[in-house]
Design a binder for this molecule. Structure first.
Ligand code: GAR
Length: 204
């Protein structure tokens, strides 16, 4: 069975990345994780990926003169590995419209809020300060506008009166770790289906 060649972009501990790699270890999962790239060389996720036998590279954004130069190098590495789909998983670097346009329809992200609420940073704090009764996470398409692409899947948790930013983050992470593999499965399956439709129209 053909599987979608997928790269994961990270910046830190890589818990979501680990969940995606583990899900992809099932033979019937429609995506394979070929590459993990971190913009921070010290990211713990790089070590975790290597332990799974996945190629893991650091592409330190501070080594580049400009955002564009960094993204050009990133794009080259991804294209040379024939990557078809990018999963951002705690990748904390804003991507320019130039990069996003190259990958439109082929790049997804997980965000710790119920989008369109709380785009950007400090989502747990903002949910608490707003007095929300529920919080959640979203997997969405990456578009040029930050955290604004179409939502693929969401999950929610109830906010308890004694919740703190940390307790919310911990409980939400459990949801993220099951949501992201489900979303990647849907997206990769859809890309495989599009492939088949193209093949049929070619032979028709
Ligand atoms: C996750 O909670 C993810 O939702 C969040 O960073 C964390 C990464 O953890 N992403 C964002 O805030 C993106 N704007 P991980 O490296 O352990 O997966």
């Amino acid at each position: 069975m053909r599987r979608i060649k997928t790269a994961i972009l990270i910046s830190g501990r890589g818990t979501n990345m680990n969940a995606l790699i583990e899900a992809s270890q099932s033979r019937h999962y429609p995506a394979q994780i070929d590459l993990v790239i971190s913009n921070r060389p010290e990211a713990l996720g790089l070590i975790t990926a290597q332990k799974h036998g996945v190629t893991a590279l650091a592409l330190d954004h501070t080594d580049f003169k400009s955002r564009r130069a960094f993204e050009k190098a990133l794009n080259t590495v991804l294209r040379e590995a024939n990557i078809e789909l990018i999963c951002c998983a705690g990748f904390m670097r804003v991507l320019t419209p130039w990069f996003v346009t190259q990958w439109e329809g082929h790049m997804i992200n997980i965000h710790p809020s119920l989008l369109p609420k709380y785009k950007g940073l400090h989502t747990h704090k903002r949910a608490l300060e707003a007095g929300d009764s529920e919080h959640g996470c979203s997997v969405h398409w990456v578009t040029s506008e930050l955290d604004s692409g179409g939502v693929i899947l969401q999950d929610t948790i109830k906010i308890k009166p004694d919740d703190t930013e940390d307790s919310l983050a911990t409980r939400l992470l459990e949801k993220e770790l099951s949501l992201y593999p489900q979303a990647l499965k849907l997206v990769a399956q859809d890309l495989l289906n599009q492939d088949q439709e193209r093949d049929y129209s070619f032979t028709a």
